[in-house]
Design a protein around this ligand. Sequence first.
Ligand code: PAF
Length: 282
Amino acid sequence: MQIISDIPVLREQRREWQASAKVIAFVPTMGNLHQGHLNLVREAKKHADIVVVSIFVNPMQFGPDEDLDAYPRTLNDDAAKLEALDVSVLFVPKVSDIYARGLEQQTFVEVPGISYMICGASRPGHFRGVATIVCKLFNMVQPNLAFFGEKDFQQLQVIKAMVTDLSMNLQVIGVATTRESDGLAMSSRNQYLNAEQRALAPILYEQLTMIASAIEQGRRDFSMLVSLGKQHLAELGFNPDYIEIRNAENLLPPGHEDTQLVILAAAFLGKTRLIDNIQIQL
Ligand code: PAF
């Protein structure tokens, strides 16, 4: 595995791959890799000759109250995990190269509508930061395929919309959420939970599963299901941010005709904000 931090070196490597008509898959990450990330890499390997993984903790997607400096940076461990999966290139760009003119001057990509709702309403500017960095990384790596986890469901839809809107020449592939044996979605944030919070955490997914089966059994009183769900989470010690039942593609409130739904939730356990979702087909 080659570790590249210079953008011109990556571009030169990219030219060589292109000359030999290789299919290039890309998995962008912020590092601190767990099995969820590694499953994205495994999926990418099934579809491509070359797999590029990036690790970049993107300052632009952190809000002023979100602790960018405390974000876990575990490059050596991450590199060893990727090496074991035979990744072709680990791309680790520097903040000063990515935001060469400074964050204040940075041209940005904003996907309107879908970026402002749900998580975007709780984290203003977050999806602008995500879309901007993903667009920049796509420009550098120029992949044929890019893989993202469905755990960040709204992020995946924002990126798909950006790719469509900007006529980008690549396919975005969502990969099913990797879960612990008790159902908790894998996330770098799980490590912040104390033992008591960790024991409670799987209830978030249980709650989503209960709402999903109620809908599958014919319930259509969505606002009642949502408010009971939030009440239940609060009684058990969560501080719920939202539970939303939406159209799985555009994330708008579903109409009567919609058959592909997603139930999304975010809830705090202490200071740790967990998110999860479940898709249903009616
Ligand atoms: O999901 C993430 O880790 C990040 O939001 C991403 C897509 C790597 C952009 O920084």
